[in-house]
Design a binder for this molecule. Sequence first.
Ligand SMILES: Cc1cc2nc3c(=O)[nH]c(=O)nc-3n(C[C@H](O)[C@H](O)[C@H](O)COP(=O)(O)O)c2cc1C
Length: 394
Amino acid sequence: MASGWFETVAEAQRRARRRLPRSVYGALVAGSERGLTTDDNTAAFSELGFAPHVAGLSGDRDLTTSVMGQQLSMPVLISPTGVQAVHPDGEVAVARAAAARGVAMGLSSFASKSVEDVAAANPQTFFQMYWVGSRDVLVQRMERARKAGVVGLIMTLDWSFSHGRDWGSPAIPERIDLRAALKFGPECVVRPRWLYDFVRSGKIPDLTTPNLASPGEAAPTFFGAYGEWMQTPLPTWDDVAWLREQWNGPFMLKGVMRVDDARRAVDAGVTAISVSNHGGNNLDGTPAPIRALPAVVDAVGGQVEVLLDGGVRRGGDVVKALALGARAVLIGRAYLWGLAANGQAGVENVLDILRGGIDSAVLGLGRRSVGELTPDDVLVPAGFTRALGASEHA
Ligand SMILES: Cc1cc2nc3c(=O)[nH]c(=O)nc-3n(C[C@H](O)[C@H](O)[C@H](O)COP(=O)(O)O)c2cc1C
């Protein structure tokens, strides 16, 4: 086995914990308040069982699918995650790994690498936007992404600026200067391999957001951009429809949990939605997306592509989501652990683990392709699902 290879996403997370400075690791763990939602995102998958066959299984299995017009080697996409000092190559390494494995890349507008560099590394890149700044500025950002060659837009709406975690939020500096170096130096020097990667690359952890820069201006810092976001009036459904119209191409709304919101998203003309609670980083107490998925699929699955993200750590989780109606899933922390553990190779390793797990589950369930999975393939305990907002338009 190649050096640095790991067997499971859980092992990648253990290595990330050992390798990253405490603050950087804490920023990836994230979550909010009590962590009820972050915990439920993974726990809910454990409550679902499989109903495997033993003979008559297919020796040849097709894991491919398409999402928003993109052909994928398996039903997994990289979910956009904001600026992270995880690895010097950051999102470019993730995009390369995804391209090497035939998987589409979601790039956050709060990322530390430019949309031009990331789209060059993976031609199947979707650019993610929040509602930050004026309409003119939003169009400017979108046009820059279009010029860079991105194949679709992801609009993320589920953010309610909740602060505070019972296990403590990591301190993150505004920028890396002498003061930050003195403050964070001690936790970095005890993580020599992480530090060595940055020293060798000649880079310092980048805490700016180049994709939010105004033309001809320097990239704002993460906190500068976050401040602008907090000042921006909150979007209405008309704003969503307006943004969707400006883009005029594949468009996903990420963060939908309720049936009534899913219907409004359809009315706004989106191509896809992702049933998601932002990986538990938003309103704590929101149930796991896998609980909300079946009702959303029932309501709008015939009109838009329905994806899911939150809590996916193994191929079996992907198969459970597909059996309950998702077209594909997006992954967040799983690839961040891989990136932290072993750079681009670590992300490829995580994608290989998921592919192996998807294939095993499809084999055991006696299916020939991921498209054949149905709710009969999983055991759903009584009271598992949550039909959020279903009564309002029933
Ligand atoms: C550290 C971190 C940063 C994130 N930043 C963003 C972001 O900038 N934009 C976005 O749409 N979602 C963001 N998310 C949410 C992810 O796209 C995704 O919804 C979530 O991570 C899925 O849950 P999982 O981590 O359990 O797979 C972030 C998640 C994490 C953990």
